[in-house]
Design a protein around this ligand. Structure first.
Ligand code: ADP
Length: 483
């Protein structure tokens, strides 16, 4: 079976969040299940510089008005198709915004072009790779099923939602430049509240929809989490699936992680103390016996970072220390810096994006705090489980599906792996930290939580099996035999 995966980021070439990790990890995990997956990504400078380019698969004199080529490429074992369109992608900054942080004004054209190119590959534009099925990730790729639908290309399609908060809404004026037939401007097409909705168009056009955890799949069919799309999602509930993300257990392996000061395993955890000391040194934390709570996060309302700021004094008062790595919302950055200034030695804050430091924090921190208001899946709790950094999480989305709360029943059954809290507010967070502190004080309980977490299967194995089964079911429903 051949699957074309379409995405705007892929680890390790371009990453702004969990999406990239998933897009990069799925192809090797699926290869073991007989699925040959190639990923179509934009030719950003970071991509063009790091891939080994192969054959030109297709040349466009004009793809939505710009010159473009589809180029087969490889990078670190990943099989890619790169959309080389310098006018769209060869510019400084990140994948969505310029160096000054403002979104590229032509994002609609950039990602419509990506989606249109995907539809062309689906229709046979790259005979060297004729997919049986297309998986489109998030709004940036979600127009692919719409383009296929209006081109009458009848391959099955799956839209995977990694975060419903980002939907790709654009003014109606762009419609004319999307090169879609007039019939696409419809309630059941790309039109959305008088404009164009990329994700909405994909959810409407795809054969099936998936999201990255079972709990989030049920949440997004409700007004509280549906971000305006709950009606459409509820209507499509019969083709909606929740498949939890895994992590790359080679990149995240405490025995072989080059970013750790010392390796460790579930049986031999002494290396954690060395990492902990390195963490104290990095964050200027005074050494102590109390636990270090770590936070590795986008600083955003979604992530409940304001709750953490509000709870910080109480948390410090319980004898914990806090190390924060994050970037994002300017106001939150200021508030976190203020906390560090008020609690020197107790709270350390690093503003920025630092992959090596993120590894050290998982390997040296005692607990990772994730107070998200909503969380499609979340990856940092999975890294935490694998590294013995016990997750303290809001009870929502994938956090609910991947962390087993240390309630009395779970503790006595020996299955608990962390702490969940609800309601998701400052009081909820503080009481979860209080429970965590109590457990930390009981050595047997704490090492039991760590051991259980480190034993949990957070690899892609089971979920890759679920994706492969879903792909097979979609092919079967479309009446196509597996190639
Ligand atoms: P989201 O994709 O919503 O940001 P996830 O938990 O799914 O949240 O994925 C976040 C990913 O980004 C994880 O791999 C996490 O380790 C990483 N990450 C987030 N913030 C930082 C940071 N400041 N420095 C390094 N890595 C970070």
């Amino acid at each position: 079976m051949r699957v074309l995966s379409v995405a705007s980021e892929i680890y390790p070439l371009v990453k702004t969040g969990g999406l990239a990790d998933v897009v990069g990890a799925l192809p090797p995990a699926l290869a073991r299940r007989g699925v040959e997956m190639r990923t179509l990504i934009p030719g950003y400078p970071a991509v063009m510089a790091r891939v080994e380019q192969g054959a030109v698969l297709r040349t466009y004199p004009s793809l939505l008005g710009v010159k473009a080529r589809l180029v087969a490429a490889t990078a670190g074992g990943l099989e890619l198709i790169v959309l080389d369109a310098p006018e769209l992608f060869d510019r400084p900054g990140g994948p969505y915004a310029g160096s000054d942080g403002s979104e590229h004004p032509d994002n609609w054209r950039r990602f419509a072009a990506l989606s249109k190119a995907a539809a062309d590959v689906a229709a046979g534009a790259a005979p060297a790779f004729q997919p049986d099925l297309v998986q489109a990730h998030d709004w940036q790729a979600a127009m692919a099923p719409a383009y296929m639908r209006y081109a009458r290309t009848r391959l099955p399609t799956l839209v995977t939602i990694h975060n419903l908060a980002f939907q790709g809404h654009f003014p109606a004026a762009v419609f004319g430049a999307l090169e879609l037939p007039a019939e696409a401007w419809a309630l059941d097409g790309v039109e959305y509240y008088g404009g164009v909705g990329f994700l909405k168009a994909g959810l409407q056009s795809a054969s099936a929809i998936s999201t990255v955890s079972p709990t989030y799949a049920t949440e997004i069919a409700t007004p509280a989490y549906g971000m305006g799309l709950e009606g459409l999602i509820a209507e499509r509930a019969d083709v909606l699936h929740g498949i939890v993300n895994g992590i790359d257990t080679q990149v995240w392996d405490p025995m072989r992680d080059p970013h750790l000061a010392a390796p460790f395993s579930a049986r031999a955890k002494r290396g954690r103390d060395v990492n902990r000391a390195a963490l104290e040194a990095h964050f200027g934390l005074e050494p102590g016996d109390g636990p270090i709570l770590v936070v590795i996060s986008r600083l955003a309302w979604q992530k409940g970072m304001d709750l953490l700021v509000e709870a910080a004094d109480a948390i410090i008062g319980m004898g914990a220390r806090v190390a924060v790595l994050g970037a994002g919302d300017g106001e939150l950055e200021v508030r976190f810096k203020g906390l560090a200034a008020r609690h020197p030695g107790r709270i350390g804050v690093t503003i920025g994006y630092d992959e090596p430091l993120a590894h050290l924090m998982q390997g040296g921190g005692d607990a990772i705090v994730i107070p998200s208001r909503f969380e499609p899946c979340g990856l940092t709790q999975l890294y935490g489980l694998r590294y013995g950094c016990v997750p303290v999480v809001a009870r929502t989305g994938g956090l609910n599906d991947t962390v087993i709360d240390a309630n009395p029943a779970a503790l006595s059954a020996g299955v608990a792996t962390g702490f969940q809290f609800a309601p998701i507010d400052t009081g909820g967070l503080i009481s979860a930290v209080r429970r965590m502190m109590a457990a930390f004080g009981q050595r047997g309980v704490w090492t039991g939580l760590q051991r259980q977490g480190m034993k949990a299967d957070v690899s892609w194995d089971a979920s890759a099996g679920r994706y492969a089964a879903l792909f097979s079911a979609l092919l079967e429903a479309a009446g196509r035999n597996e190639a």
